[in-house]
Write a protein that binds this ligand. Structure first.
Ligand SMILES: [Mn+2]
Length: 397
């Protein structure tokens, strides 16, 4: 008996709809907007849109507003020769006929307002996160699959938009990138289901597996190792929840925070891990950035982080998430900015560390005093209740 196979095809003639739409836009120049801190899923989707659009004589530029520091992501970009453009204020937004948002719906990129202000029409939103308002695209494909790369794999498998040719270098790189996107977004297929496996199986006919190995086997930087060591030393575990404040983290080592959370999650009896630190970006304000990872399938990460950390003064939640992963960003507001006095830096850190840790344990319904591990000196409960800090964003790192 033939085993049943999940068809690698998008539902509702979405591929045909996209083909019809792109045919109407032949010869244009499009902007592909990805999240501020692009991950392999986002990068591979942007690459896939570029290749598909190319078939319609459309040129596209991939734009992001933050940074790429995760070594694996840098390896992906370098080894697969992907052109990404980091937005700066002198980037010319003129001359684009349309913008598309892939692996996001405009809420995890600071470029959305700039694109809308420039009057660039939003042609497509292709994403797998929970549906969000704010953009009104001509084409919308938002489905809860394990990676946005699955959606693009389905478009390719349909044969409606672009026929992949085995052995063609551009297509090898694209299939390898999408495979990496699915691999990374499902934690190495640990959280993959039939749909994700079927997409990966289809891609395996075109991908270069030794190239994928090169992307995956990147050593961790010294900064990442230091952050993981700090997380191990500072972690407080109670009721399966492991929380670690790692202090000040260099901008270049920002992606060490999710990697440290991944690492803490591997400890026995830990079901959820949260790691956070103060990051001082060069072009944005100093903020607390945190990552949550969980193996608890019953935990709604999004609801948990929203309940724990609340909203900023503009009504935006400090945190949010998706299945098994989430992140938060809390602007330091008036306390932002470098101070060379170690005592002041320490006091600032302790203020935020305590407040965030207490909020997380409280939202989890846990009384942390039962298992508290002392971290430095704390000066009682005289901290101000200041949770409103300005322009905080959220992204699922
Ligand atoms: Mn994604």
């Amino acid at each position: 008996m033939e085993p049943s196979r999940a068809p690698v095809l998008p539902p509702d003639h979405l591929a045909e709809q996209l083909r019809a739409l792109l045919s109407e836009h032949e010869g244009e120049r499009h902007l592909v907007v990805i999240q501020d801190f692009p991950d392999p899923d986002a990068i591979s989707c942007a690459m896939a849109y570029g290749e598909i659009a190319h078939e319609f004589g459309i040129t596209s530029d991939i734009l992001y507003g933050g940074g790429i520091s995760h070594p694996e992501n840098l390896a992906l970009v370098n080894l697969l020769e992907i052109d990404l453009v980091r937005y700066s204020d002198d980037f010319p937004l003129d001359g684009y006929s349309a913008a598309v948002f892939v692996d996001n719906q405009g809420t995890t990129t600071r470029l959305t307002d700039k694109v809308l202000a420039k009057g660039i029409p939003v042609l497509a939103v292709i994403d797998h996160h929970a549906p969000q308002e704010g953009l009104d695209p001509v084409f919308r494909d938002v489905r809860p699959v394990g990676a946005a790369a699955v959606l693009f794999t389905e478009y390719l498998a349909s044969g409606e938009l672009l026929q992949l040719v085995p052995g063609k270098p551009r297509h090898i790189r694209l299939a390898t990138a999408l495979m990496h996107g699915i691999h990374s977004e499902t934690s190495g297929f640990l959280h993959a289901g039939e749909t994700e496996y079927a997409a990966a199986a289809w891609l395996s006919g075109y991908a270069d597996h030794s190239l994928l190995e090169n992307v995956l086997c990147v050593q961790k930087s010294h900064g990442t190792m230091d952050t993981i060591r700090a997380a191990l030393g500072e972690r407080v575990i109670h009721g399966g929840l492991s929380i670690a404040g790692v202090g000040f983290v260099r901008w270049a080592d920002r992606d060490a925070i999710p990697q440290a959370a991944d690492f803490l999650l591997t400890e026995e009896n830990v079901r959820t891990a949260v790691v956070f630190g103060i990051v001082d970006p060069r072009d944005r304000r100093e903020s607390v950035i945190g990552s949550l990872r969980t193996s608890d399938t019953t935990l709604s990460v999004d609801a948990f982080l929203k309940a724990a950390l609340g909203k900023d003064g503009n009504g935006r939640y400090y945190g949010g998430g998706r299945f098994r992963a989430g992140g938060f960003e809390i602007d330091l507001g008036f306390l932002a900015g470098f101070n060379s006095d170690p005592a002041q830096r320490r006091a600032k850190w302790e203020l935020f560390e305590r407040r965030i840790r207490e909020s997380l344990f409280a939202a989890a319904g846990l009384d942390e005093t039962a298992s508290e591990v002392e971290i430095g000196t704390r000066s009682g409960s005289s901290f101000p209740d200041n949770r409103r800090g300005g322009d905080a964003g959220k992204d699922a790192h």
